[in-house]
Design a protein around this ligand. Structure first.
Ligand code: 5GP
Length: 186
């Protein structure tokens, strides 16, 4: 149990702390700065989970950039992705000819990201890259394109730093594993 207030009730252990996230984010931002120095990339944040990572990543970048957001939802059980994806909010702008960077919170089975990349690719961006804060170590994950991964994590359900469980825990400043009793109480 952590001692940072009621928002952490139910947290079993911190997996990646705030400092480690910020340090790694700065490294990833530097790679993007170097890659897109002569262009203005369009960063696409995938709502809601990627919002925290997106805001930290873009503030760590030094080059001019633009942002947009998409919201997607996968149906199914709360802690599992079914691979059936629905666009809840589309982009506000065209991406044809743009250099696009998809900013994801977490890649689990890879199905959500694969769907999103298929949708975006059909809109003819100049190129399309993916930056994900977290990727789960998973034998049965599909082989989806991820150009930069912040952290590879064990196959556990995590919350915090934008990631939720039943809508909560997004405002934790770190990535954490929940106590199993939280799910059991469902
Ligand atoms: P995938 O389609 O790769 O299996 O799942 C991707 C989406 O499922 C993520 O964008 C996220 O919304 C959700 N997800 C997958 N694993 C986790 C997890 O461990 N914790 C949380 N909070 N969401 C997850």
């Amino acid at each position: 149990m952590t001692d940072d207030g009621a928002r952490s009730n139910g947290v079993a252990r911190i997996l990646i702390d705030d400092e480690a996230i910020q340090q790694r984010t700065a490294e990833m931002a530097k790679v993007l700065d170097d890659e897109y120095r002569d262009d203005v990339p369009l960063l696409i944040g995938v709502l809601n989970g990627a919002i925290t990572f997106m805001t930290d990543l873009m503030r760590a970048m030094q080059i001019p950039l633009e942002i947009d957001f998409m919201a997607v939802s996968s149906y199914g059980a709360a802690t599992k992705s079914s691979g059936v994806v629905r666009i809840l909010k589309d982009l506000d702008q065209e991406i044809e000819g743009r250099r696009v960077v998809v900013v994801e919170d977490i890649v689990d089975s890879g199905l959500t990201l694969q769907y999103l990349l298929d949708v975006l690719q059909r809109r003819n961006p100049r190129d399309l890259r993916v930056v994900a804060l977290l990727k789960k170590e998973k034998a049965d994950a599909i082989d989806v394109q991820v150009d930069q991964i912040g952290f590879t994590i064990p196959d556990e359900f995590v919350v915090g730093y934008g990631l939720d469980y039943a809508g909560k825990y997004r405002n934790l400043p770190y990535v954490a594993v929940l106590d199993r009793r939280v799910y059991a109480a469902e």
